[in-house]
Every structure is written in C-alpha cells, then in structure tokens.
Write a protein that binds this ligand. Sequence first.
Ligand SMILES: Cc1cc2nc3c(=O)[nH]c(=O)nc-3n(C[C@H](O)[C@H](O)[C@H](O)COP(=O)(O)O)c2cc1C
Length: 258
Amino acid sequence: MEPDETFDRIFLKRRSVRAYEDRPIPPEIRDRVLAAALRAPTAGNMALYTILEVEDPGLKARLSETCDHQPFIARAPWVLVFLADWARLEGYFRHHRVPEWCEERGEPYLRPRESDLLLAACDALIAAQSAASAAEALGLGTCYIGDILENGELHRELLGLPPRAFPITMLCLGWPTERQRARPQPPRLPRDLVVHRDRYRDYEPGDYDRIYAGEGWPGPRKDEAGDNPGRSLYARKFAADYSLEMRRSVRALLEDWS
Ligand SMILES: Cc1cc2nc3c(=O)[nH]c(=O)nc-3n(C[C@H](O)[C@H](O)[C@H](O)COP(=O)(O)O)c2cc1C
C-alpha cells in the first residue's frame, strides 16, 4: 500500500498536546471540527449528546482547578465538554406529551436508566474522537480531560447542566507549540496483549512482565511502593485522591439514572 502521510499524521504519529501557541483558532476551522463531530455515527441517529463550548476565560480557569488542577486547561484556546445527553430527548418527549399518552394507555412512562446513559456516553465519546481526529487533521493538537468526571455537582452548577446531561469527557484544543510537536510519542502495549482473537485470552505471568515495560512508561516511584511497578501504579492512579474523588462524583451523578 502507498504510504499515506495524512493517515500517519492523524493516527500513527499523533500525541496528546498540552501546550498551545498563543493564537486563536479561526471560526472556519472550528466549524469544520464541529461538522466532523456532528457527522459521527450515533445510536439510532438520535444524537444522544451535546457539545458545550467553553468560551468564558473565568470558567476555563475554574475548570482547570476543578479538573484536578491542570493549569493548561485555562490556556487552551478552545475547550469542548461532551455531554451524554438525555435531557433533550426527555424534553422532546414532554413536548409531544408522551407521559400523558402513556397514562392514557395505562402504561408507565419510562425514564432513562443506566443502559441509556451508556449508549449516550458511546455517542458523546465517538463524537469527541471525531472532533479530535478532525482537529488533528487540520493541524491542531488535542488533549482529553477525564477529570471532568470529578466534582460532578460543582460542574453541573458551573455549566448549568440539567438532570440527565452527564459530562462524560472534555477536550482541549489549540495549535501545538514547537516543543509539543517534537515530544517523543508515549509507548503503547504490545499488540498481542490488546488484540485477542475469537475468545478472550487469559493473561499469564510472563505477559504481566511485558505490560508497561520498557522505555517511556512512567516508572515506579520508590517512595510509594519500592520497586514494585504494580503497587506503584495502583497507588499513583487507581487509589490516588483524584481517582477516589471521581468514584464519589460519578456515584452521585448516577443517582439521576437508577
Ligand atoms: C479518557 C481520557 C482521559 C484523559 N484525561 C487526561 C487528563 O485529565 N489530563 C491529561 O493531561 N491527559 C489526559 N488524557 C490524555 C492521556 O494522558 C494520553 O492519551 C496518554 O498519556 C497517552 O498519551 P498520547 O495521547 O500522547 O499518546 C486522557 C486521555 C483519555 C483517553
């Protein structure tokens, strides 16, 4: 197959970008990125998501604090929050008097549940990745912010979210600095550990020695867990304060859905 520079740039040479040149993103570029996001596949073509553009510098600064103190968020020229959104569809149902219709028929009026949230989260994440790939095709750099899952009640208030509009991810976008463009790509797991065929393949002790091994992974921190990489990762990521806050916050947000 012919080498394809665009394919390589968007998919194989990409990296997250956390430092941006101090220049705006022109409206026509934003427009193309949003057009790509809205053209992404969505379950039943119901578009169970909303994209919230964060423009207000004060709000960006606030989010840079509430999303685990990451100052680069405030410096990103463009910030998009992707919501898994059933609020719009519920409004549509009410507008068309579906609850009354259910009552007339003696049927319960169903509300969105966990499965509906998961489907809407699929829509929102697929739209987000289309936006990210489109942005990267146009020369922008992007970085996801998973920490939008923290401080759910506060984010709901800051962003004016109705019940059942769930902030599933956030994307920062901007022109990458020269240094970011030159930054080495982080490694990935060996393909055979990630891609299984037909049935799930159980992992063996030797496989675990190949996970996160080699150059470029964050190594174990001596102060936390000696030289044990598993304990170090557990302490640094899974049992870390931000992760505990994410647990608490998501559980609180899930109350709308159970
Ligand atoms: C769901 C998700 C959440 C992420 N959250 C953050 C974040 O809060 N802050 C950050 O700097 N990077 C975040 N990232 C970026 C990852 O750290 C990055 O993708 C990973 O380290 C691999 O680096 P690469 O994208 O440059 O290959 C997130 C990525 C994903 C997919």
